[in-house]
Ligand binder design. Structure first.
Ligand code: BG6
Length: 489
C-alpha cells in the first residue's frame, strides 16, 4: 500500500506480517528437507519477529531420539556462531519432537500435544508433508484419525513435490486429501515459485507495457530454460533413484517456469486467476509422439568426472543407488505450446545434476531485424536477448545492439542490467516466503489440483518413453553440460 506525500512520491507502508499463532507439524521432521530448509526458514521468521510468540513446531520423524537430542541436532545443523543465543533459545523453546520409530505413529502423543496447547482454539494447524510421495497416503490416514481437539480449528496442509508419482496417483492423492481438506486448505508447494526472481517474471511481464506486445511468436525466436546444478544427489538416493530428473525437476519446477514465461495476463492477481492461466498453458503443451521424442528429447546419467578440480564419483557409485540404475540425472528437450501466441516457438529446456556449474536462467531470444542494414560477415547483429537469471546471480539483463564508435557501422552488443544484489533490502528466502503465504492463506504461489494433474499429463508419456527405451539413456561426465543438443554451447 502506498501513501502519497505532498511531493507526489510514494512511501512504502510497512506491512504487518506478524502471523496469527500456529501449530506447525512437520512429517519427515528429522529428514534432509526439514533440517536444511524448513527449520532454518522457521528460525529466520522467528528471528525477524514475524511469527506469533505462541506458535509451536512439532517435528515428527523416524529417528529414535528425544527432545534434547533433537534440539542438539537443530543447533548443530542450523545455526552458525553468529547467531545470538537468545534467538536460538527462543526458537528451541517453540520446538518439540515426536519419534515414530518404525511402528504405529504416535497419535496419542500428537493428540495430547495439540490439546495441551494454551489457547489452541485460536491457533491454526499446519501439517507439512516433507516426505516422499509414497508416504503421503499413510500420513493422511494418520491425520484423519487425529481428534484435533475442536473441529472448528483452522487447518491446512502443505505437501512437497513431487505430488504423486504420475497422473493417476496424483488423482488418488487429491481425492484422499479432499476427504480431509477443502481445496483452499491444500498448499502444494514448489519452492521455485517462492523465489523472488521467479516472482519477478510475472511482475516484469505484466508491470511493464513495453515487452508484452512483443511477447509472442511474431517477435520471439526461442525460449531456453536451464536448471543446472553442480551438486549430486547428496544423501537422497532412496528418493532420487525412484524419481530422477524427470519427476524431481521437470514435472514441477521446469513446467512452472514455462508457465510463468508463457501464460496470458491474469484478470487479477488473486490465486485462482493466476492459477487459471497457468493451467491453460499446461493444457496447451503439445502431446509428443514417439517419433518426436526420439528426435527431440534426451536423458543422461552422470559418470565420474571433475567439478572445479574435485574428483566426482559417477551416479552408479553413489551410496544407495542400484548398480544397474537407469535413472536419468539430466534431461534436455524441445517443448511446444499449441496456442496462438506461441505456435512454432521452440522452448528448449535442460536440467541436470553434476553439471559444470549451478545456473538457473530463462533466456528469451528475439528475432533479428528483418532487413540487415548493419554489420558485415564477421560482425553480425546479435539477436536481442532478455535473460532472467535466477541463480546464482539474481538479475534481469537485456542485450541490445549499439553502434561501435567510429566511421563504420559496426554493431556492438551491450547489456542493460538490473541486479538484485544492488538492492539493499534483503528478501525472504523461497521457503520463508511460502510458509508466510500459507499462514496468511494466500494460495497464489501454490499449485492447484487441476494444474498438478495437467503437469503429469505432460510428463507421463515422457517417463514411459524412457522406461520403454532404456538404451536411450546416455552417459555424461560430471562437470560437463550433459547430453543432447543445446543451442548456445
Ligand atoms: C529440489 C530438488 O526441489 O530442488 C533437488 O528436489 C534440487 O534435487 C533442488 O537440488 C534445487 O533447488 P534450488 O533452489 O537449489 O535450485
Amino acid at each position: 500500500m502506498c501513501k502519497k506525500s505532498i511531493i507526489n512520491s510514494c512511501e512504502i507502508e510497512t506491512i504487518n506480517l506478524k502471523t496469527k499463532p500456529f501449530l506447525f507439524i512437520i512429517f519427515g521432521g528429522s529428514g534432509d528437507l526439514s533440517q536444511k530448509k524448513l527449520l532454518p526458514s522457521l528460525y529466520n521468521l522467528c528471528k525477524y519477529d514475524m511469527l506469533h510468540e505462541d506458535s509451536k513446531i512439532i517435528s515428527i520423524g523416524r529417528k529414535k531420539i528425544g527432545n534434547q537430542e533433537f534440539s542438539d541436532i537443530i543447533k548443530k545443523s542450523l545455526f552458525t556462531d553468529l547467531e545470538k543465543t537468545e534467538n536460538i533459545k527462543s526458537f528451541l523453546k517453540r520446538n518439540s519432537y515426536i519419534s515414530t520409530g518404525s511402528e504405529k505413529i504416535g497419535i496419542d502423543e500428537l493428540n495430547s500435544s495439540i490439546c495441551s496447547l494454551k489457547g489452541v482454539n485460536s491457533h491454526q494447524i499446519i501439517f507439512y508433508l516433507a516426505t516422499p510421495p509414497s508416504a503421503a497416503s499413510n500420513i493422511l490416514k494418520f491425520i484423519d484419525n487425529l481428534d484435533l481437539c475442536e473441529k472448528s480449528i483452522e487447518k491446512k496442509i502443505i505437501i512437497e513435490k513431487p505430488f504423486g508419482v504420475d497422473r493417476d496417483s496424483a488423482k488418488v492423492l487429491n481425492k484422499q486429501l479432499h476427504q480431509i481438506f477443502s481445496e483452499n486448505e491444500i498448499y502444494r508447494i514448489d519452492h521455485y515459485l517462492g523465489k523472488e526472481t521467479v516472482q519477478n517474471i510475472l511482475f516484469f511481464r505484466f508491470g511493464n507495457s513495453i515487452f508484452e506486445p512483443l511477447w509472442n511468436r511474431s517477435y520471439i525466436e526461442k525460449i531456453e530454460i536451464t536448471v543446472a546444478e553442480d551438486i549430486g544427489i547428496e544423501k537422497r538416493a532412496n528418493f532420487y533413484d525412484k524419481s530422477g530428473i524427470l519427476k524431481d525437476i521437470i514435472q514441477n519446477h521446469m513446467l512452472q517456469l514455462i508457465a510463468l514465461v508463457t501464460m496470458e495476463p491474469p484478470t487479477s492477481f488473486d490465486a485462482n486467476s493466476v492459477r487459471d492461466e497457468k493451467v491453460k498453458i499446461f493444457k496447451s503443451i503439445t502431446n509428443m509422439n514417439e517419433e518426436y521424442m526420439k528426435n527431440h528429447l534426451f536423458l543422461g546419467q552422470y559418470s565420474s568426472g571433475k567439478i572445479e578440480g574435485r574428483k566426482i564419483n559417477g551416479y552408479l557409485e553413489e551410496i544407495g543407488v542400484d548398480e544397474n540404475s537407469k535413472t536419468g540425472t539430466f534431461f534436455s528437450g524441445k517443448f511446444h505450446i499449441d496456442n496462438w501466441r506461441w505456435a512454432d516457438v521452440p522452448i528448449y529446456v535442460r536440467a541436470g545434476k553434476r553439471l559444470e556449474k549451478k545456473l538457473t536462467e530463462i533466456s528469451i531470444t528475439f528475432k533479428t531485424p528483418p532487413l540487415k542494414l548493419f554489420g558485415n560477415d564477421c560482425l553480425d547483429l546479435k539477436a536481442n536477448k532478455l535473460v532472467f537469471s535466477i541463480q546464482p546471480d539474481e538479475k534481469i539483463s537485456l542485450t541490445i545492439n549499439k553502434k561501435y564508435p567510429g566511421m563504420e557501422n559496426y554493431p556492438h552488443p551491450v547489456e542493460m542490467n538490473f541486479n538484485y544484489s544492488k538492492i539493499e533490502k534483503t528478501s525472504l528466502s523461497a521457503y520463508e516466503r511460502l510458509i508466510i503465504d500459507c499462514i496468511k492463506s494466500d494460495l497464489t504461489l501454490f499449485a492447484r489440483q487441476d494444474g498438478i494433474e495437467e503437469m503429469w499429463r505432460v510428463l507421463d508419456p515422457i517417463v514411459d518413453f524412457f522406461d520403454k527405451n532404456p538404451q536411450r539413456l546416455e552417459k555424461y561426465n560430471a562437470g560437463t553440460w550433459g547430453v543432447g543438443e543445446w543451442h548456445d554451447e
